[in-house]
Design a binder for this molecule. Structure first.
Ligand SMILES: NC(=O)c1ccc[n+]([C@@H]2O[C@H](COP(=O)([O-])OP(=O)(O)OC[C@H]3O[C@@H](n4cnc5c(N)ncnc54)[C@H](O)[C@@H]3O)[C@@H](O)[C@H]2O)c1
Ligand SMILES: O=C(O)C[C@H](O)C(=O)O
Ligand SMILES: [Mg+2]
Length: 556
């Protein structure tokens, strides 16, 4: 049985009901007659012995019987809690259809309804009142763990504070670690840090199953996070710890504080930066251009927006551009308008992306004071526009038409999730740009037919990066996560773009080959980790061998 468990863990043999109730060991109707005799299962299962393929067919039939996506989600989550091998085998065979159900966008709805659709526990819940029991809580995890994804539920996709319901995100992200990156499910652990919620709807909901208090903030918050990191390091010293969907201000502070302390990264900042850089590089290369010639507008200056621009800026500088010159290619817009050097309200991070005020002297602006999005697009004439605001409709028709008037093929990425928060729909973007826009979105969209041409819409989502990052880190036994590893991941992703061979093709490869894409990215990540001195020094052939050994396959 290939469950990703160690021999030692197997020696704690489970029998009978306990065995069929363990999703990591359960084979359900596929337990053979010999296994049924040997493991005390006689009479506990119907007599027919299924193959895994037969189980998959039955499960797919049941999946199709549900019409509402949320019910499909509940069904798949239940299957995952019953039999992980079957769950992943089913998902791998139907990845394009099922990933949006388990992950973005439907996982967003599942977080909002978490307390209503809750069935059985998965992962670890650490609430504020239990802060002094963190060691005991982590001791209750009876397995060795390679990857943790943790959230505090405050910025769930573009849906805001979901409190304990945010747990849906680490569960979904870790499902992708296995599905796309091949990390053994037994080695993954989702965690929610429940520090309360400021979402009044949740607080007023009699079904809410989180800690029913307003959020803890300030020093107490930081102390809690410190207790958590200390406990994780003690219990799982070599684990990869991924931070997910924290409010921007906490996300940045936390990763700055702990990045040199353990193997850790923030997916919304670093994973998003890598997928977007890789996809932008592919879009520009497909159009025959170069990054150094692009003016880039970023709407939204939170975790994602800042992370993306800093990585793109770093990429320009790595190609030989000076810092001031690279900075002048970015027009980053927050709620108060364009970030520029004349503003006195910018923190150190945002100053790194402030447009030099002298470049704006001859701009013709509609507004006095703040420089608006419309002013920026009209005067800056960008070739690339990215949205990370969480605001549906933020890319308006007049602004997109204005952009298209200045460039032949505007590159437009509405990255906000879930689907309901996208800054614009691909259909509208193609309509407003007469079919010229080169598009990638954060959430999945169906292909769009425009004037007889079918446009496949790439999903520029960090899901192309974090599972592969995990695979590369595990294969190379990396001890830290460095910027160079994300730069390598972005470059490797770019190289897989179908648009490099055919500019009308999708910017990103199909999910049906995601495990191969992950292998390539993992290889590049491992090489970068070795070059940075944070991983075992092994040959490229050894890297590939370890990638194959690490990759778990859903089979009995
Ligand atoms: N595609 C992906 O892989 C990916 C990855 C990370 C985040 N996202 C999405 O991006 C969005 C933002 O995520 P984040 O982590 O940066 O959140 P965040 O809260 O840190 O940042 C959002 C920022 O946008 C600003 N904003 C809102 N409306 C604006 C407007 N009209 N004009 C200018 N600025 C505006 C907010 O003030 C905030 O600073 C979310 O919807 C999230 O789902 C997508
Ligand atoms: O979860 C996603 O789909 C991507 C990203 O991490 C987000 O927060 O939107
Ligand atoms: Mg996220």
């Amino acid at each position: 049985m290939n469950t990703g468990r160690t021999t030692e863990e197997f020696s704690i043999e489970k029998r009978g009901t306990l065995l069929v109730e363990d999703p990591l060991l359960n084979k359900g109707t596929a337990f053979t007659t010999e296994e049924r005799i040997q493991h005390g299962l006689l009479g506990l299962l119907p007599p027919h012995v299924d193959t895994l393929e037969e189980q998959v067919e039955r499960a797919y039939e049941a999946f199709c019987d549900f019409k509402e996506p949320i019910n499909k989600h509940i069904y798949l989550r239940q299957l995952q809690d019953e039999n992980e091998t079957l769950f992943y085998r089913l998902m791998l065979g139907h990845i394009t259809e099922m990933m949006p159900i388990v992950y973005t966008p439907i996982v967003g709805l599942a977080c909002e309804r978490f307390s209503h659709i809750y069935r059985r526990p998965r992962g670890i819940f650490i609430s504020y009142p239990e802060r002094d029991s963190m060691d005991a809580i982590l001791e209750n995890v009876e397995r060795d763990i390679d990857v943790i994804v943790v959230t505090d539920g405050e910025r769930i996709l573009g849906l805001g504070d979901q409190g304990v319901g945010g747990m849906g995100i680490p569960i979904g992200k870790l499902s992708l670690y296995t599905l796309c990156g091949g990390v053994a499910p037994a080695k993954t652990l989702p965690i929610v840090l429940d520090l309360g919620t400021n979402n009044q709807e949740r607080l007023d909901d009699p079904r809410y199953i989180g800690w029913r208090e307003n959020r803890i903030k300030g020093e107490e918050y930081d102390e809690f996070i410190d207790l958590f990191v200390t406990a994780v390091k003690k219990r799982f010293p070599h684990v990869l710890l991924q931070w997910e969907d924290f409010a921007s201000v906490d996300a940045e502070r936390i990763i700055d504080r702990y990045r040199d302390d353990l193997c850790t990264f923030n997916d919304d900042i670093q994973g998003t930066a890598a997928v977007t850089t890789g996809t932008i590089l592919a879009a520009i290369a497909a159009g025959g251009g170069e990054l150094k010639d692009q003016n880039i507008v970023m709407l939204g200056a939170g975790s994602a927006g800042v992370g993306i621009c800093l990585q793109l800026k770093q990429t320009m500088m790595a190609a030989g551009m000076s810092e001031p010159e690279a900075r002048s290619h970015f027009y980053v817009i927050d709620r108060d308008g364009l970030l520029h050097s004349g503003r006195t309200d910018l923190d150190e991070l945002h100053q790194q992306l402030a447009q030099p005020a002298e470049n704006l002297k001859n701009w013709d602006c509609d507004t006095t004071g703040a420089i608006s999005f419309a002013d920026v697009v009209r005067n800056g004439k960008p070739g690339v526009l990215i949205g990370a605001t969480g605001q549906a409709g933020a890319f308006s028709e007049p602004i997109i038409r204005e952009m298209a008037a200045h460039v032949e093929h505007p590159v437009i990425f509405p990255l906000s999730n879930p689907t309901s928060r996208a800054e614009a729909t691909p259909a509208d973007l193609l309509e407003w740009t007469h079919g010229k826009a080169v598009i990638a979105t954060g959430s999945p969209f169906d292909p769009v037919d425009h004037n007889g041409v079918t446009h496949t819409i790439a999903q520029c989502n960090n899901s192309y990066i974090f599972p592969a990052m995990g695979l590369g880190i595990l294969a190379s036994r990396s001890r830290r996560v460095t910027d160079a590893m994300f730069i390598a991941a972005a470059e490797a992703l770019k190289e897989t773009s179908p648009a490099l061979k055919d500019r009308t093709a999708s910017l990103l490869p199909s999910l049906t080959i995601i495990r191969d894409v992950s292998r390539k990215i993992a290889h590049a990540v491992a090489l970068a980790a070795i070059a940075d001195g944070v991983a075992d020094s092994i040959t490229e052939a050894e890297i590939d061998q370890r990638i194959e050994e690490t990759m778990w396959q859903p089979e009995y």
